[in-house]
Design a protein around this ligand. Structure first.
Ligand SMILES: Nc1ncnc2c1ncn2[C@@H]1O[C@H](COP(=O)(O)OP(=O)(O)OP(=O)(O)O)[C@@H](O)[C@H]1O
Ligand SMILES: [Mg+2]
Length: 295
């Protein structure tokens, strides 16, 4: 039996055909910064992204339908011809194929990243008016749905709701915003119990049989800013539970953020890997050792 055919290789995930209406999404250990993929893999990263996505799909299943079918390697092998030929355990999910919306569905509860940079320059967030006097890492008056485009090539562009409506229709924007804000609220409340702040997070939605469905990765360290609540000091950058060690190191390099990426030193790889594992364990209260696949 031959291995499933590779349909698309993204920066981090590979998508394989898995039978009618189904896809196998496999999270690799690849890491990117500024949309450039590094040559060195980050051990355990693929397992962390997959385990966290599965955890959140469980937690928010009553808020929105999700595309996830199963992450259990035995069920995947039984359902997908040739799946045993791929190295999947712990890093693959079987999911329903969706017609993806051409939007990155970002929700922001706090001011950070590109939104902060835009606010500092223009006083707006995704071109939307904001109160004066906000600092980096300040809580926003209320969580905001702030979409961006998802171009095939090049960087995402932050857009306002009118631009989003011109891409997918105003009714869809309203539905997507409501879903994403509800999922954000649920996830933010849950991580707060672990002493963390979900500063912002990016969702991808698609349609299956006309219905909006949550797809892709869900509240992972690649798609979210998670901050230890006790270490947030507005006006200064909080220590994020993500690839921050890698970004901090990259910032010290004479690198113009275009490919090829500089080679990652072993200690940066190790620090980044530990951070991903710690993020999973702190957010879920589970041990990564209990998740499928080799540790
Ligand atoms: N249920 C689904 N049906 C169809 N496509 C999906 C589904 N879930 C996720 N995808 C797509 O699978 C791909 C995952 O790959 P990956 O995240 O590595 O891509 P990427 O290079 O980050 O690109 P992008 O920045 O657009 O996500 C994305 O293009 C995503 O839109
Ligand atoms: Mg992606």
């Amino acid at each position: 039996m031959s291995a499933p055919s590779l349909l698309r290789s993204g920066k981090v995930r590979d998508l394989y055909a898995a039978g009618p209406g189904l896809l196998l999404m496999v999270a690799s250990d690849r890491v990117s910064a500024y949309d450039v993929v590094f040559a060195e893999p980050i051990p355990q990263k693929g397992r962390v992204l997959t385990a966290m996505t599965a955890f959140w799909c469980e937690q928010v299943g009553d808020v929105v339908d999700t595309a996830l079918v199963t992450a259990d390697p035995a069920e995947i092998r039984a359902a997908v011809d040739g799946a045993e030929e791929l190295d999947l355990a712990g890093r693959a999910v079987l999911m329903r194929e969706a017609d993806m919306l051409p939007l990155e569905c970002i929700v922001r509860g706090y001011l950070a990243g590109q939104a902060y940079e835009e606010y500092a320059k223009h006083g707006t967030v995704h071109s939307m008016a904001m109160p004066a006097g906000l600092r980096l890492a300040d809580r926003l008056p209320e969580p905001m749905f702030t979409p961006s485009t998802k171009p095939e090539v090049g960087h995402d562009e932050n857009i306002d709701l009118a631009r989003a409506a011109s891409l997918v229709g105003a009714e869809t924007v309203a539905q997507v915003a409501a879903i994403c804000l509800a999922v954000y609220e649920r996830a933010a409340a849950r991580v707060a119990e672990a002493g963390l702040i979900l500063a912002d997070t990016k969702f991808e939605l698609g349609r299956i049989d006309g219905r909006l469905v949550l797809c892709d990765e869900v509240v992972t360290p690649d798609s979210s800013r998670l901050w230890p609540a006790d270490q947030v000091v507005p006006g200064t950058p909080p220590p994020a539970f993500d690839k921050q060690p890698l970004r901090d190191w990259a910032a010290t390099q004479p690198w113009d953020r275009t490919p090829p990426a500089p080679p990652l030193p072993e200690e940066v790889v190790a620090a980044t890997s530990s951070r991903y594992v710690a993020c999973y364990e702190r957010v879920t209260g589970r041990s990564l050792a209990d998740w499928y696949g080799p540790a």
